[in-house]
Design a protein around this ligand. Structure first.
Ligand code: PEP
Ligand code: MG
Length: 889
């Protein structure tokens, strides 16, 4: 195996091996862009190290060979006293990961070579500044010294000299600071700062490897569902210097605005500085556009490179660059993170520019982003007090209690409070708090600050750089213009789409994307915004591409009509038990309590017209589209009063010697029907078999409703679905009765109904005997809620509250199996049952109506196993349509 690649040897498709940063440095090198020479140590080397605790035997020699070649090319040796080659060591995993060691600059400097650098650059101040940065970064990230100690020493040096910015420190001051820093290292790390350049480099490489398993990196991976065994690559890159005077500098840029998607000049530049200064916000950056005045040649070149990169990557790129004495260098590029809205806009813009096609456009957006765009927003008209405005860094409307540190954010959110994390600026130590918070507010830093970048990545609301707010983290408060003080625990609202900050709780209004789906805003209309246009077009791409049909879980006309507006192609699950709630409950109670056949028939007769009316309305709302009506499913005791309440009532009545015959009868019935495990008890098809006439009443209601709609020139497409079937015999019995009722209704009305009868597959036995069950079913609908419950043996009503948090924390699963289909377990049963069913009945229709039907990841799975449709709640239909389209590309 080859563990080291020169930048000229890689390319952007080798991210697994070279990490994102390494692969893109190689790509830029091969595009002929000005990248300082260097090499990448592969993730394979990291994996060997993580597995065995030792670097692969061949690595040292390979690094030596690449270093020798680099030295040859640069005409100087690493750390050479009179003319040192300096390198940066930077981590770079396949996915960019905050919390991992990032960068050590200026490796190769020592007490000796700092002199050489001073002479070579003709600038002693620069050399000593570079050296103190090395000790600081190396001390912090490689040797694990608390970074604040260095910061404090730097502050002290500035204070002693009565200056405010670090550029005002002179060579002699920095030289003293180096001595101070070395002492800090010795005391804190128990060793001297290494003077041997190669040792510096090797230790830094190892520290990058180790940082893969740092706590924050692990937390981030769990959050983002990044596998734990990928490892990171390490980039060793020859140094170029942005801190060589006013004709030098460093900056970050986007090829488009990551918030709106608009093309333009977006970024920050900092004169006479090295990389970490920009992110750390030590001095104020200037907008990138000002670089045109500072250094027109570099600016023009940068604009051209940005265009080259966009055309090459065919996407928004973000970049880091450095200018060394008028010479521009590219230090990094990658396809940039963006807000959900920008993702849709950019995808359509790129189609219009002819850079990508519709299929590719679908890969540039996700269902999760669409879901985010459907969140409500703040009501602009609400009378609330705006107290500040920062940069709209990551959209959304967040309301919560202000907290000023990560620890409190986590603690309060665990106890159920909604919090907004308020910081001057965030750093990787704040990650837990950012995850726990509804939103993040900072008073410093721009669109490329840590808070902004991480929040966007997490899809979390963020306003950053709200400079009018004075954040005092020590006293846990912030002061807003006018002097009002927000204490810890006071409610604030932040709008990540406008950057506005409000006191108190701001009411929210629906998003324009929902208004569009609802048909209250139209693409192409004057008032439609760019986002709605983009969503409209992407949805059209998805609908053209997808094979899966999308239906809704709905059981009343209102939901059905909304589902239809949202693009539903039918109803995949009408839960009829929802039709028996409210004032009809008493009638059901009477049915359950009926002692005689007459009583039972009487109550069924009363229920029939009510059910029929429900179905007429539903079939009318869904005219021309299939409506799968599921017969009654839940345990009967759900329709009876609470056992404790009733017992108390009976006992009270007895003690008062009042009459209580009815309650007593009810109590006996409740006792009779009480089950220890109702989920595994008398429900679904079992009810139908135990209570004579119940299912046939429902079938009659469906059939008569369909006939009525047909006579009214409608086009009802009802399907009858039997729940909780475990064996084909159950289905056969119900079917026989149903067929008879349907025949009766057909005879009586003269309408030929063609009602399909099918079943849910939601028990393991049903899945395992799907081949037999298909003999009696014209369709299957997978009930993955119950199937997950019974395959795992997890109670769907209890687990999320009891042990799932522990399971998620231990990484047993990255996400609840009730949310995303467990491909290996539940999923493999679905796949096998689908195949067995189709072997018996090639035209068997297959769908899914569990919650998974609206989950992006799961939709892809159902596409892969060849289902005909997914069914989900009305609000998730657009997401399911989009993901079904993406799955088909
Ligand atoms: C299921 O079990 O997946 C299902 C759709 O039915 P219910 O959620 O009503 O049990
Ligand atoms: Mg079910």
């Amino acid at each position: 195996v080859k563990y080291v690649y020169d930048f000229t040897e890689g390319n952007k498709d080798l991210k697994d091996l070279l990490g994102g940063k390494g692969a893109n440095l190689a790509e830029m090198t091969n595009l002929g862009l000005p990248v300082p020479p260097g090499f990448t140590i592969t993730t394979e080397a990291c994996k060997v190290y993580l597995d065995s605790g030792e670097e692969p035997a061949a690595l040292r020699d390979e690094v030596s060979a690449h270093l020798a070649a680099l030295e040859e090319q640069m005409g100087k040796k690493l750390g050479q006293p009179d003319n040192p080659l300096l390198v940066s060591v930077r981590s770079g995993a396949k996915f960019s990961m905050p919390g991992m060691m990032d960068t050590v600059l200026n490796i190769g400097l020592s007490d000796k070579s700092v002199q050489g650098l001073a002479e070579q650059a003709g600038d002693a101040r620069f050399a000593w500044d570079s050296y103190r940065r090395l000790i600081q970064m190396f001390g912090k990230t490689v040797l694990g010294v608390d970074g604040e100690l260095f910061e404090d020493a730097l502050e002290a040096a500035k204070a002693a000299k009565k200056v405010t910015v670090d550029t005002e420190l002179e060579a002699a001051d920095l030289k003293k600071l180096v001595t101070r820093f070395k002492k800090i290292v010795r005391t804190e790390a128990g060793r001297d700062f290494p003077q041997e350049p190669r040792e510096q480099m090797d230790l830094a490489v190892k520290a990058v490897f180790d940082s893969w398993n740092g706590d924050r990196a692990k937390l981030y991976r769990r959050q983002e569902r990044i596998p734990g065994d990928l490892g990171t690559a390490v980039n060793v890159c020859s140094m170029v210097f942005g801190n060589l005077g006013p004709d030098s500098g460093t900056g970050v840029a986007f090829t488009r605005d990551p918030a709106s998607g608009h093309q333009g000049v977006y970024g920050d530049y900092l004169q006479n500085a090295q990389g970490e200064d920009v992110v750390a916000g030590i001095r104020n950056t200037v907008p990138l556009a000002e670089l045109e005045q500072i250094d027109k040649k570099s600016y023009d070149q940068l604009m051209q490179i940005m265009e080259t990169l966009e055309n090459h990557y065919k996407d928004l790129c973000d970049i880091e660059f450095t200018i060394e004495r008028g010479q521009l260098w590219m230090l990094q590029t990658r396809v940039g993170k963006r807000t959900a809205g920008a993702a849709f806009r950019i995808a359509t813009q790129l189609v219009d520019q002819g850079l990508i096609d519709e299929t590719e456009a679908l890969q540039r957006v996700t269902g999760a982003q669409l879901a985010q765009l459907m969140f409500p927003r703040f009501d602009e008209a609400a009378k609330v007090e705006k107290v500040g405005r920062g940069i709209a860094a990551s959209p959304g409307a967040a309301v919560g209690k202000a907290v000023f540190d990560s620890y409190t954010a986590v603690k309060w959110s665990r106890s159920g409070e909604k919090v907004i994390l308020v910081r001057r600026e965030t750093n990787p130590d704040d990650l837990d708090g950012m995850i726990a918070a509804e939103g993040i507010l900072t008073s410093r830093g721009g669109k490329t600050s840590h808070a902004a970048v991480v929040a966007r990545g997490m899809g979390k609301t963020c306003v950053c750089g709200a400079e009018e707010l004075e954040v005092d983290t020590k006293r846990r408060r912030m002061t807003v213009p006018g002097g009002h003080v927000v204490e810890e625990g006071d409610v604030i609202s932040i709008d990540g789409s406008s950057g506005k900050v409000y006191l108190g709780e701001v009411p929210v209004v629906p998003s324009p994307v929902v208004e569009y789906f609802e048909g209250r805003m139209h693409a192409g209309a004057d008032d439609a915004d760019e986002l709605v246009e983009a969503v409209h077009r992407i949805m059209a791409f998805a609908d053209r591409k997808r094979r899966l049909r999308v239906r809704a879980n709905a059981d009343n006309a209102e939901d059905a009509l909304r589902a239809r507006r949202f693009g539903a192609q039918g109803i995949g699950l009408c839960r009829t038990e929802h039709m028996f709630l409210g004032d009809r409950r008493e009638q059901v109670e009477r049915l359950i309590l009926a002692d005689t056949q007459e009583e039972r028939e009487e109550s069924l007769k009363q229920l029939l017209p009510l059910q029929k009316k429900d179905f007429v309305e539903l079939f009318e709302a869904m005219d021309g589209l299939p409506v799968t009506v599921r017969l009654l499913d839940p345990p009967l005791h759900e329709f009876l009063p609470d056992i404790t309440e009733l017992s108390v009532r009976v006992a009270l009545a007895e003690s008062r010697q009042e009459s209580h015959e009815n309650d007593l009868r009810l109590l006996q019935a409740v006792h009779r029907l009480h089950e220890q495990n109702p989920m595994l008890g008398l429900r679904g098809v079992r009810l139908g078999l135990v209570i004579p006439g119940l299912f046939t009443m429902q079938v009659r209601a469906i059939a008569e409703a369909a006939a009525e709609r047909r006579n009214a020139k409608g086009d009802p497409r009802a399907e009858i679905m039997i729940p909780l079937v475990g064996t084909v015999q159950e289905l056969e019995i119900v079917r026989e009765e149903a067929d008879q009722v349907i025949a009766e209704v057909e005879a009586a009305t003269g309408v030929e109904l063609k009602l399909a009868i099918g079943t849910m597959i939601e028990l393991p036995r049903a899945a395992l005997t799907a081949g037999q069950i298909a003999e009696a079913a014209e369709f299957f609908s997978f009930g993955t809620n119950d199937l997950t419950q019974t395959v795992w043996g997890f109670s769907r009503d209890d687990v999320e509250a009891s042990f799932f948090t522990a399971y998620l924390e231990k990484g047993i699963f990255g996400v609840s199996p009730f949310e995303t289909i467990d491909r290996d377990g539940v999923g493999s049963l679905v796949k096998a049952a689908a195949e067995a069913g189709r072997r018996t009945r090639p035209d068997l229709k297959l769908g899914v109506c569990g919650e998974h039907g609206g989950d992006p990841e799961s939709v892809h799975f159902f596409h892969e196993v060849g289902l005909d449709y997914v069914s989900c709640s009305p609000f998730r239909i657009p997401v399911a349509r989009l993901e079904a389209g993406r799955a088909a590309t």
